[in-house]
Design a protein around this ligand. Structure first.
Ligand code: DLL
Length: 457
């Protein structure tokens, strides 16, 4: 097998000791910058009894305060910027279901660094010069589209800036332009696969070989379904706008086991979300990132809300940077159903193991008589509808399947759920980040930070 192509070996194959001294120097510069230029951070550090002088080793970082999404919202729009707007060449924003969006800015150097990490990520996935890359991440305020676009141009592939939506036309472009790489959310990749099937379009009419999927949690089970339907290698890319956008870390084609974090730019930690204590390598907890090179809006110990683990094990691809495990879930996506904690991804795993079901599902949470209820709505496959004749909710075969799903949920996850089987295409298809959870409880409960902004399509 030929050696994997490494975009920037200086940083991707750096020794641990060289990396740590690079990180320490960059971290000291960052902390000084935040202290001097951003009043919010000066006050925060003073309140915590730390200052730039307190940072003598990398381990000292644990004494510094965290930044949260809430802080960006409270300082809306530009309060956490450490550069005057005149030096900011681009703004992006993401929003929760309500309230002010989170605004991030980029200097010219920030855009260069972002393009560099996205180009690295493309090489890590197995992109080759001359490839055609079909980019279905949304262009606009969402970072997915433009982030991958600039990385792709830097790398030297031909980009098709398709953005999200108009799926039939996207399929036509995939057929006619012959893209080898698809960048999209995993749920949109599935939408493309199912739409092709519905339109009777043969897999052989497109040339896709590789998918670079992220921006939402997805399970190994969903990966298997996408790879099977589209006959491609599906790899995981991670990022968030507060840190840079896509390209914070990328899974490699050889290892397929964790995502390489571009540690010269982003310093990861895993913390216990309840105590804030740093956890040892290998333990699962909340991912925290500090930006080491960002200029417009650097962040110190940003709490991502994403659950993962770090691994220092050597990787088959030869890169030496730490790997983060596929994000298992977001902390604020946790559902508490009659006292039992469960993440949507755990429910997805159970559903996707049943061959009668398609990977289109939605979880509807409500509260009845002070009890939280969960309604799992999931589509059955076309094959099942054909085999059983026309679709009726109360067919005896359906009630058997419903009971089986309820039992699996109880046995595997300990939850009591209502199950509603749906006809194929009854559940709205994703054009960007899939809306998996509909929470009908009143606003008195903690709002989830799942992003459902239209521009993320
Ligand atoms: O989603 C950036 C991005 C674009 C990443 C394209 C990858 C590809 P935000 O809109 O700020 O930025 O959302 C960030 O999305 O905190 C995670 O909860 C989730 N997320 C992103 N990538 C993954 C992934 C972009 N690979 C939030 N697996 C993050 C699981 C992911 N969750």
């Amino acid at each position: 097998m030929s050696e994997p192509f490494i975009w920037n070996p200086q940083f991707e194959k750096i020794s641990r000791s060289d990396l740590e001294s690079l990180q320490l120097g960059r971290l000291q510069t960052l902390v000084a910058r935040l202290y001097e230029k951003v009043p919010f951070y000066k006050q925060l550090m003073n309140t915590h009894g730390v200052s730039p002088k307190s940072l003598k080793t990398l381990a000292d970082l644990k004494n510094f305060p965290f930044t949260r999404k809430y802080d960006l919202r409270e300082n809306y729009p530009f309060g956490l910027f450490s550069e005057p707007l005149a030096n900011v060449t681009r703004l992006h924003a993401s929003s929760g279901t309500k309230g002010k969006p989170t605004v991030v800015g980029y200097t010219k150097n920030d855009i260069d660094m972002w393009s560099e990490v996205c180009a690295r990520s493309l090489a890590t996935a197995g992109a080759r010069p001359g490839d055609i890359l079909h980019n279905s991440y949304g262009y606009g305020l969402f970072t997915g589209g433009l982030g991958m676009h600039y990385g792709a141009e830097k790398f030297g592939v031909t980009v098709v800036p398709a953005s999200g939506g108009r799926t039939q036309q996207q399929i036509l472009l995939l057929q006619d332009f012959g893209a080898r790489i698809l960048c999209s959310t995993p749920s949109y990749a599935l939408n493309i696969a199912y739409t092709m099937e519905e339109l009777g379009i043969k897999r052989d009419s497109i040339k896709l070989e590789l998918g670079i999927f992220g921006a939402e949690p997805w399970t190994e089970e969903l990966r298997a379904q996408i790879e099977d339907k589209l006959k491609i290698q599906a790899l995981d890319i991670y990022g968030l706008s507060e840190i840079v956008g896509p390209g914070v870390s990328m899974e490699c084609a050889l290892g397929r086991n964790g995502l390489h974090v571009w540690e010269d730019n982003f310093l990861p930690e895993i913390i216990d979300p309840n105590t804030g204590d740093v956890l040892p390598i290998g333990e699962e907890g909340e991912l925290v990132f500090t930006t080491l090179t960002k200029e417009a809006i650097p962040v110190l110990r940003y709490r991502t809300g994403d659950i993962s683990r770090l691994s220092m094990e050597t990787c088959a691809c030869g890169r030496t940077t730490v790997r983060m495990a596929r994000v298992r879930a977001r902390l604020d996506d946790m559902l508490i159903i009659r006292g039992v904690n469960v993440y949507p991804s755990e429910i997805e795993k159970v559903l996707l193991n049943l061959e009668e079901l398609s990977p289109h599902y939605q979880l509807v949470i409500d509260r009845k008589k002070a009890l939280d209820t969960l309604d799992i709505q999931v589509e059955v496959t076309e094959e099942i509808v054909k085999a059983w004749g026309h679709f009726e909710h109360d067919r005896v075969e359906f009630s058997g399947l419903t009971q089986r799903i309820q039992m699996l949920m109880k046995d595997n996850l300990g939850i009591t759920a209502d199950v509603r089987l749906m006809k194929p295409k009854d559940i709205a298809r994703s054009e960007g980040k899939a809306v998996r959870v509909i929470d009908r409880r009143k606003a008195e409960t903690k709002p989830t930070e799942t992003k459902q902004m239209a521009s993320k399509a």
